[in-house]
Ligand binder design. Structure first.
Ligand SMILES: NC(=O)c1ccc[n+]([C@@H]2O[C@H](COP(=O)([O-])OP(=O)(O)OC[C@H]3O[C@@H](n4cnc5c(N)ncnc54)[C@H](OP(=O)(O)O)[C@@H]3O)[C@@H](O)[C@H]2O)c1
Length: 343
């Protein structure tokens, strides 16, 4: 079997670590795993794909003789290096928002629009984490009933803000419980306390009162589903949960809806599981969907706020389906579709 040389940019971060885990777990055919990060981590040793690898500082030279580079290092670092990688015949799969809305860059969830990979030009974008989880639930319903508009309220875990977000929640919880005050950080991840709190604000505010994170749900959904006039309204909230994002969705459809057909559509879609037995207190929760490849859907019911409406609750591991897993699935799909071509 052919094996591939993979660069992991941001290998020391929350997403990068999961990419390493998933390459191993899914037995991705790895010939070389090149671990790249900033100069801060250069020299660190990390076990990856059966070998102890030394983390290297990312430089323009890092992309020579690689087949694929998966970037999880923030938009500005991707912008600095992605074009260099592409020119070295190394296909880029990017977890940041740097290229998602570029016309020539496919924005892909393999179960939904994997065919968009066929026309890639060397850079492929991974969607925003909440958008990926929401669309895994909405897409099969869209195929069955035709999506007209939806409202989403997100409950986003602290690991969505990177490894530092988890440390900050942990430190605050410890200090609240022990009563020991810790020194205030000069540059905190969250602008308000996150322990025993929630923050209705992720990313910068725009002039219209929405945040950039909320805009991603709207714009990326339209691009992935190929529905430019879809109406989407979203409120994004950070919650003191370590891992897995939850989303409450109220959606209106073109055709009349009913719960049994909606259940069948969801049950037959790869990548999600219907976990919906209210009387047995069975509904998806972050604690059950961390380190799980499937996203969970529950609380499915008619939405009485619309004529053809459904209300639902979905949960997915944003470090996996919202980032690392989706990126590894894209790499697998490039190989399956034989479109990991040298450009
Ligand atoms: N966390 C999530 O759930 C999630 C979901 C979807 C998308 N994303 C996106 O994925 C990216 C990474 O997020 P994360 O949560 O993994 O963040 P993180 O835990 O803060 O990790 C950031 C990574 O980027 C590396 N890095 C920083 N500056 C660099 C540079 N100049 N050159 C090369 N590498 C550099 C860091 O290396 P050092 O250790 O050397 O600093 C670290 O490996 C972001 O773009 C984020 O928006 C995250």
């Amino acid at each position: 079997m052919k094996k591939y040389r993979i660069g992991i940019v941001g290998a020391t971060g929350a997403v990068g670590q999961e990419i390493i885990n998933l390459l191993e777990k899914r037995e991705f055919p790895v010939a070389e795993a090149r671990l790249l990060a900033s100069s801060r981590s250069a020299g660190r040793e990390i076990q990856a794909c059966g070998n102890l690898e030394v983390v290297q500082e990312t430089t323009p030279e890092s992309f020579k003789n690689l087949d694929i580079a998966i970037f999880s290092a923030g938009s500005s670092n991707t912008q600095e290096f992605a074009e260099i990688a592409r020119r070295n015949d190394c296909v880029v799969i990017d977890n940041s928002s740097a290229f998602r809305m570029e016309k020539d860059v496919p924005l892909v969830i393999p179960e939904i629009n994997g065919d968009a990979l066929e026309s890639h030009k060397g850079i492929i974008a991974n969607p925003n984490c909440s958008t990926a989880v929401a669309l895994m639930a909405l897409f099969p319903l869209h195929k069955r009933f035709g999506l007209k508009r939806f409202f989403a309220s997100t409950y986003q875990a602290v690991s969505g803000a990177g490894a530092e977000g988890v440390t900050e929640l942990e430190d605050q919880v410890k200090s609240k419980i022990t009563g020991q005050t810790t020194e205030a950080k000069s540059d905190p991840v969250f602008q308000h306390p996150i322990a025993f709190n929630l923050i209705p604000h992720i990313d910068d505010f725009r002039e219209d009162g929405y945040t950039k994170e909320e805009l991603k749900m709207r714009n990326e959904t339209k691009k992935i589903l190929g529905l430019p006039s879809l109406q989407v309204s979203c409120t994004c909230v950070r919650v003191p949960v370590y891992r897995a994002h939850s989303i409450s969705i109220n959606a209106e459809f073109d055709s009349p809806v009913n719960v049994p057909d909606a259940r069948t559509a969801l049950e037959n879609f790869n990548g999600i599981e219907l976990w919906d037995l209210p009387n047995a207190l069975r509904y998806p929760m972050p604690i059950n969907y961390s380190e799980k490849e499937l996203c969970g859907v529950g609380r499915l019911r008619l939405d009485h706020g619309f004529s053809n409406g459904l209300a639902l609750w979905t949960v997915g591991d944003q470090l996996w389906k919202g980032a690392a897993l989706n990126a590894v699935q894209i790499a697998e799909e490039l190989i399956n579709r034989k479109c990991l071509k040298n450009l």
